[in-house]
Ligand binder design. Structure first.
Ligand code: GUN
Length: 280
């Protein structure tokens, strides 16, 4: 029934975050993010460019460490050790995926948990499952921000997450569980997907399969969050057939101009939360 104005939600939140950054800077703390990019895909460059641009706009310092395919796991581990020990660096972000020859989990787990701004390291994943949402992965965190704007009472409602990636599906499910929702995770081996999706008061879809979710798979009045973003003939297409799903859902997030905006915003929020701990 209504396409969510995610841009407006983010713009409103940015005002408050900017103020918090100004307060920190007044106290001599300049929040700082280090970004490691070791992948030559255009999409990764675009995502990193957006993250850096928002940091710049908000007053967060950022530095990029750009590597070509000759880089080794050890080269990156050395840079991370230096950043781990630099008191002026708050957050360290390793853009995924990495070049295939690199050891992704060794690299991610070498970031000290306090600076793991994406919340991807084993320690932070474990903390999320313990219900201590300290540093939460940016995409699920952004989805929760949108949900809280749309629905004040998530507790007790049915959430269905379609997709079980480390970056979105699994942490999303943990986060919704921490909100006391009843959570179902569906994935590529789920039989009869529509039977599950039709139970969802909140449906979060992160599969990368364009227009997977059709009108007959959605409960009347549901909130549908589309995390998918696939380039089809030069157009960005989500996982939800929005034009038709809109007829039954209460809210649907758009693609583009939806969850992508809150992901980038949540990263800035995470950097600021870490920088606040510097004071202590
Ligand atoms: N690749 C796709 N999404 C993300 C993300 O949220 N963080 C990082 N580091 N890499 C990604």
């Amino acid at each position: 029934m209504s396409i969510v104005d995610v841009k407006q939600i983010v713009e409103n939140k940015k005002v408050k975050l900017k103020r918090e950054i100004l307060d920190l800077r007044d106290k001599g703390i300049v929040p700082k993010l280090a970004v490691i990019l070791a992948n030559d895909s255009d999409a990764s460059r675009v995502y990193v460019g957006r993250k850096r641009k928002l940091c710049h706009e908000l007053g967060i310092e950022e530095t990029e460490y750009l590597f070509d395919e000759k880089v080794t796991t050890d080269n990156i581990l050395k840079v991370i050790t230096k950043l781990n020990n630099d008191p002026e660096v708050d957050g360290i972000l390793v853009q995924l995926p990495l070049f295939k020859h690199l050891d992704e989990s060794r690299i991610i787990d070498s970031i000290v948990p306090e600076k793991d701004v994406d919340g991807f390291s084993a320690i932070n994943v474990g903390r999320l499952y313990q219900g201590k949402d300290e540093i939460v992965p940016c995409t699920p965190k952004g989805v929760l921000t949108i949900l809280k704007e749309l629905e004040p009472e998530l507790k007790g409602k049915n959430a269905v997450v379609v997709g079980r990636s480390q970056i979105v599906g699994k942490p999303m499910a943990a986060l919704l569980l921490n909100e006391n929702m009843t959570v179902t995770i569906c994935h590529s081996a789920t039989t009869n997907l529509p039977e599950h999706t039709r139970t969802a008061d909140v449906l979060v879809v992160a599969t990368g399969i364009p227009h997977l979710i059709k009108e007959n798979m959605v409960k009347e009045g549901a909130i549908v969050i589309d995390v998918g973003m696939t380039r089809v003939k030069e157009k960005l297409v989500g996982d939800v057939d929005t034009e038709n799903v809109e007829k039954v859902a209460k809210y649907v997030t758009p693609v583009p101009g939806g969850v992508g905006l809150t992901t980038v915003y949540s990263l800035a929020e995470n950097v600021v939360e870490i920088a606040k701990n510097r004071k202590k």
